[in-house]
Design a protein around this ligand. Structure first.
Ligand SMILES: [Zn+2]
Ligand SMILES: [Zn+2]
Length: 142
């Protein structure tokens, strides 16, 4: 396979096999295992081409660089972990939010982002705090 095609395939696969939207650097980290010596410029160029073909779409969070995920039908929202900054898809939508709009306003769209702690980070924190408890309860030496 031609190098250009292999690079493009690896970048698409990185996005397609991820369970969450990825930053260009994360796409590079995943794709470079398949095609060594890939550059971030190649990642940006390929992202642009895949966006033009509507095979992927951008995920914009306020004041952050865009992330990318496979274009999928229907509408969904995202959860950002405040500890590792990763963004995850969430299924479903609270639905009709018209009741929140001021009287007489016409609601056309909405954005919803949940913030918190992902399961990996929650687990890590539990481990760290139980270790800290163990250290505190250990008898003093000397
Ligand atoms: Zn996390
Ligand atoms: Zn929604």
């Amino acid at each position: 396979m031609e190098r250009h095609t292999r690079q493009r395939q690896a970048i698409y696969e990185a996005i397609a096999t991820s369970s969450r939207p990825l930053l260009p650097q994360e796409i590079l980290d995943a794709a470079i295992t398949a095609v060594p010596r890939m550059s971030i410029a190649t990642v940006y160029r390929t992202i642009k081409a895949l966006l033009d073909e509507r095979r992927i779409c951008s995920v914009f969070l306020p004041a952050q660089n865009p992330r990318y995920e496979l274009a999928k039908p229907g509408h969904h929202h995202h959860f950002q972990c405040r500890h590792c900054d990763r963004v995850f898809d969430i299924e479903g939508c609270p639905g009709n939010l018209l009741a929140l709009a001021p009287r007489g306003f016409v609601l056309e769209d909405h954005e919803l982002i949940l913030y918190g702690c992902c399961s990996d980070c929650a687990l890590r924190q539990t481990t760290v705090s139980s270790r800290a408890r163990l250290r505190r309860s250990a008898p003093k030496v000397g």
